[in-house]
Design a protein. Structure first.
Ligand code: ATP
Ligand code: MG
Length: 460
């Protein structure tokens, strides 16, 4: 696989002057490549009106990988189809690559401008959308032909692109002879053929297994970093966002409910839906049943603390913060990995006193410990003790209620001898214990910077 042969701007051999109304100087402007301002798109069906995109304002900056995450029906595909005007918005303003697709006063892009704009936007899909009767090379050649490239240049270009995506040996194969990952590579080569500035990827890895997903995401990252192509990537998996996105927008019911740099969204999610997506990928906060088992094993005060980057590469060091209050921390559950190349994770600690034991911690010292952690940006959740357990408020977002009142206290009570079954609510994943080989924060003052232990972390 080579890289540099696919330069970003060979461009079609066209003598056409830029169209009127075009107002971008690509090299000098810091304008976002996509700008949505109070955009609406409603589908009118016989049964009802569906507000697929409802008052969305956002920007995608040139050169970034921008993720859009949401559950099915949230409006993600509609949002992305508004960018290249496969759907026309009803209201609001959309500017893409310096071209006004829809202006605030309702004026729409001309057909001619739209054709030109679409030439600067590539798109890849979940189902690859290749021509099954054409060879791999002919699939990649197709957009070049449409763009009016001469035959001899097309051949070189198509083979360069196939080399870039690692499929030089498949030029003569047909799509049916390829694996899913290889098909998506062809899709990517085809989308890059006309040197787009912007690539739209709609669930591009959803049909692929985790290993192949990672390969395709790595390829997309190369497309972004080496070719400078801005990517808007739609997904319903936070692991995909975590793997390659710089910023993310969370969509729910046609709205963008949360947006920001990926690390910030992981470290300080504001909405329940965001917390659910994060928990589904990190799985490092204990669920209720896990918390009950932790209380069974550890009688002292338990708390969940998020380990966040305090600047540079330094994560919050629980043990040293605890030591300021004469406390010790034993990590009993959780993991620390990386998000956007910075340390992040959640751990449960059992709090003790220096020279004392876990049963005699001073309440004032614990409160001061929590306050200092929070001042460092850590999210702290007090889980109380086995005798007086407290709930993680996030359980309201991340797990369904199960018959009782949903609290940890009622779960623990139901598991006391004589109070029914003792195996938890049956919904929990296997407990995620700290790897015995990983150094943990503890009373000996060692760092809390432990190795990643989740499947997601190891396998992404
Ligand atoms: N052409 C259409 N006509 C009518 N309703 C539509 C049309 N396209 C989308 N919708 C509706 O708009 C809403 C948003 O759909 P959209 O395809 O954008 O969601 P999505 O987030 O991409 O979902 P998924 O993850 O399932 O692909 C849904 O309720 C959908 O049924
Ligand atoms: Mg969709």
């Amino acid at each position: 696989m080579s890289t540099p042969t696919v330069d970003r701007a060979p461009g079609p051999p066209s003598s056409e002057a830029p169209a009127a109304g075009r107002h971008t100087d690509e090299a000098t402007t810091a304008e976002p490549i996509v700008r949505f301002d109070h955009v609406h798109k409603t589908f009118h069906t016989k049964l009802s009106d569906v507000h697929a995109v409802d008052d969305v304002s956002l920007t995608v900056e040139s050169g970034e990988v921008f993720g859009v995450i949401g559950y099915s029906g949230a409006g993600k595909s509609t949002l992305v189809r508004l960018i290249n005007a496969l759907e026309m918005a009803d209201e609001g303003e959309i500017v893409v690559n310096g071209v006004t697709v829809l202006s605030g006063d309702g004026r729409r892009i001309s057909e001619k401008e739209l054709r030109r704009l679409r030439g600067e936007i590539g798109m890849i899909f979940q189902q690859f959308n290749l021509f099954s009767a054409k060879t791999v090379e002919a699939n990649v050649d197709y957009p070049l032909r449409l763009a009016g490239w001469p035959k001899e240049k097309r051949r070189t270009r198509a083979l360069d692109l196939l080399d870039f995506v690692g499929l030089s040996d498949k030029a003569g194969a047909y799509p049916s002879q390829l694996s899913g990952g290889q098909k998506q590579r062809v899709g990517i080569a085809r989308a890059l053929a006309a040197s787009p500035r912007l690539l739209l990827a709609d669930e591009a890895t959803s049909a692929l297994d985790p290993e192949t997903t990672r390969d395709v995401l790595d390829l997309l990252r190369r497309v972004n970093r080496e070719l400078g192509v801005t990517i808007v990537l739609i997904t319903h998996e936070m692991s995909v966002v975590r793997h390659i996105c710089d910023r993310v927008a969370v969509m729910e019911g046609g709205h963008v409910v949360e947006t920001g740099p990926v690390y910030d969204v992981f470290a300080h999610p504001r909405r329940g839906i965001t917390r659910r997506f994060i928990q589904a990928t990190l799985r490092d906060r204990p669920r209720r049943a896990t918390a009950a088992r932790l209380h069974d094993r550890h009688p002292g005060r338990l708390a969940i603390a998020s380990i966040v980057d305090t600047g540079g590469e330094t994560a919050v060091n629980l043990a040293s913060v605890a030591a300021h209050q004469g406390l010790t921390t034993d990590v009993v559950h959780g993991s620390i990995g990386e998000v956007s190349g910075r340390p992040f994770g959640n751990v449960v600690v059992e709090i003790g006193s220096v020279g004392g034991n876990t049963g005699t911690v001073d309440e004032g010292a614990v409160e001061a410990f929590f306050a200092e952690l929070r001042s460092l940006g850590s999210e702290v959740t007090d889980l109380g003790t086995a005798d007086a357990p407290l709930d993680d408020p996030r359980w309201a977002d991340t797990e369904p209620l199960t018959g009782d009142d949903g609290s940890l206290k009622s779960l623990l009570a139901s598991r006391r001898p004589g109070a029914g079954e003792a195996g938890g609510d049956g919904l929990d994943e296997p407990p995620l214990e700290v790897s015995p080989t990983a150094p943990t924060s503890s009373s000996n003052g060692s760092s809390a910077d432990i190795s990643p232990t989740t499947d997601e972390e190891a396998g992404r």
